[in-house]
Design a protein around this ligand. Structure first.
Ligand SMILES: Nc1nc2c(ncn2[C@@H]2O[C@H](COP(=O)(O)OP(=O)(O)O)[C@@H](O)[C@H]2O)c(=O)[nH]1
Ligand SMILES: [Mg+2]
Length: 393
C-alpha cells in the first residue's frame, strides 16, 4: 500500500513526511525543494491485541508503545504541484507520474493562508483555492489519459463489442485503477455504453468520479498552529462537508518525535499529551508547552498526523488490521503477536490463509479465533483486529 503526499509547494509535505517516517529529507521554505519522489515507511496505529492476551508483543515490523501497535505502510513525498501541472507546468507531468502508483492521496494544504498559490510567503490566502486547483489538476491528468486513448478504445467498444469497463481498465491500468473502480464509476455517472458519443462535459464528469474512486484523498489542514489557521479550518469544513479535512501540525509532530527520540519526552504519536522524562532547558520547555497549548489540547486529534494516516488506510481504503495468533502457543520461542497485517476490506478467513501462504490457503480446514477459541469457516468475513490461527490439513 502506497500513500502519496500531494499539494502545492511549501505547505509542509516534506515536514509531514519527515515526521511520519523520521527519514532525512530536505526541508526548506522555497518551492521545489524535493525534486524526486522519496518513499519511506510511515505507520498506522492499531490497538495491539497484546492487552487482551495479557502479554507483551514482539513485532517483526514496526513497533509497539504501551499497547499501541504501529504497523508500517509506504508513504511518498512528491515535489509540489502548481496550477497548470497537468499541462506540464513546473515539471508537472513528471510529478504526476510519480503519483501513478499511489493507492490514495493525502493533500497537504497550508490552512493558515500564509503561502500563496505557488508556495511563496504571503498573508490571507484562501486555502480553498488550493483544494480546488489540485482537484482540477488531478482531474485533468485523468482526462488527458482518457482523451489520449479515446478513439482507440471507443472503436473497440463500438465495433468489436468489447466491454466498456474492460477497455477503460486497460486505458487506466498505468494508474493502478482496477476494473471495480471503473465499474463503480460507470454505475455512478450513468453514461451510455457507447463512449464515442460522450460530450467533453460527460468525459469530465466520468474522469472526476473515477479519480475520486481510484485515488481517494484526505486533506491535512496543516500549519493549524499558526493563529489564522483555526478560522480558516472552520470555513473549510462548512464549504466542503463532503471532504475529509483533518487539522494538522506536521511541524509540531516533528518536534515531538525528535524530542521523544532524544529521550526528552515520552510521546505516543496521535495522543494529546506527552510526559517529560528529563530536565530540560527553558527554551525546550517553552517550545513543548506551546505545542501542548496551541495544538495538542486545542484539536481533537492532537497534531493530526497520525489521524490523517489512520483515516487514509482504515476509512478511505478500508483495510483491516489482522493478527496471526495461536492462543494456545502464544509466546513460543519468545515470539508474541509478531505480525499485524493489513488486509483489504471484505477479506475472508480463506483470503487471510492465502495471504499468509499459498499452502495455508490450499490446505485450509478452519480458522480459530484466538480470543474466543471459536472455529470459523472459510467464508468468515474478517473484522478489524481479529487474531486468528489457521488450521490446515
Ligand atoms: N507553522 C508551521 N510551519 C510548518 C508546518 N509544517 C511545515 N512548516 C514549515 O513550512 C515550510 C515548508 O515546509 P516543507 O515541508 O518543506 O513544505 P513542502 O514544500 O510542501 O514539502 C518550512 O519552513 C516548514 O518548517 C506546520 O505544521 N506549522
Ligand atoms: Mg517538499
Amino acid at each position: 500500500m502506497l500513500i502519496g503526499l500531494v499539494g502545492k509547494p511549501s505547505v509542509g509535505k516534506s515536514t509531514f513526511y519527515k515526521a511520519a517516517t523520521l527519514a532525512e529529507v530536505e526541508i526548506a521554505n522555497y518551492p521545489f525543494t524535493t525534486i524526486h519522489a522519496s518513499r519511506g515507511a510511515a505507520y498506522v496505529k492499531v490497538d495491539c491485541a497484546e492487552r487482551e492476551f495479557n502479554t507483551k508483543c514482539t513485532p517483526n515490523k514496526g513497533f509497539c508503545i504501551r499497547g499501541n501497535r504501529f504497523v508500517p505502510i509506504e508513504l511518498m513525498d512528491v515535489a509540489g504541484l502548481v496550477p497548470g501541472a497537468s499541462e506540464g507546468k513546473g515539471l508537472g507531468n513528471q510529478f504526476l507520474n510519480d503519483l501513478r502508483d499511489a493507492d490514495s492521496f493525502i493533500q497537504v494544504i497550508d490552512v493558515s493562508g500564509t503561502t500563496d498559490i505557488e508556495g511563496k510567503p504571503t498573508e490571507g490566502h484562501d486555502p480553498s483555492i488550493d483544494i480546488d486547483f489540485l482537484e482540477t489538476e488531478l482531474d485533468n491528468w485523468y482526462k488527458n489519459i482518457f482523451i489520449k486513448g479515446w478513439g482507440t478504445f471507443a472503436r473497440r467498444v463500438d465495433l468489436q463489442g468489447k466491454k466498456l469497463s474492460e477497455a477503460l481498465t486497460a486505458q487506466f491500468s498505468g494508474l493502478k485503477v482496477k476494473e471495480y473502480h471503473i465499474e463503480d464509476t460507470l454505475l455512478e455517472v450513468k453514461l451510455p455504453e457507447k463512449c464515442s458519443t460522450w460530450s467533453e462535459d460527460e468525459v469530465g464528469v466520468f474522469v472526476s468520479a473515477l479519480r475520486r474512486a481510484s485515488k481517494p484523498m484526505v486533506i491535512a489542514a496543516n500549519k493549524i498552529d499558526i493563529a489564522s489557521g483555526a478560522e480558516n479550518y472552520e470555513k473549510l469544513k462548512l464549504k466542503y462537508p463532503h471532504l475529509m479535512i483533518i487539522p494538522c501540525s506536521a511541524d509540531s509532530e516533528l518536534a515531538l518525535r525528535h524530542a521523544a527520540k532524544a529521550g526528552m519526552i515520552e510521546y505516543v504519536p496521535g495522543e494529546k499529551n506527552f510526559k517529560i522524562l528529563k530536565e530540560l532547558n527553558e527554551k525546550q520547555i517553552e517550545a513543548l508547552n506551546d505545542i501542548k497549548k496551541n495544538v495538542l489540547e486545542k484539536y481533537e486529534f492532537g497534531t493530526g498526523v497520525q489521524e490523517v494516516l489512520n483515516r487514509s488506510v482504515f476509512d478511505l481504503l478500508g483495510y483491516l488490521p489482522i493478527f496471526p495468533a495461536s492462543a494456545g502457543r502464544m509466546g513460543q520461542n519468545g515470539k508474541v503477536l509478531q505480525d499485524c497485517f493489513l488486509l483489504p476490506g471484505g477479506s475472508t478467513a480463506l483470503d487471510f490463509a492465502f495471504f499468509l501462504h499459498t499452502d495455508f490457503g490450499n490446505n485450509f480446514i478452519k480458522a480459530i479465533d484466538a480470543r474466543t477459541k471459536r472455529a470459523l469457516r472459510k467464508e468468515y468475513k474478517l473484522k478489524a483486529r481479529d487474531a486468528l490461527e489457521i488450521i490446515t490439513r
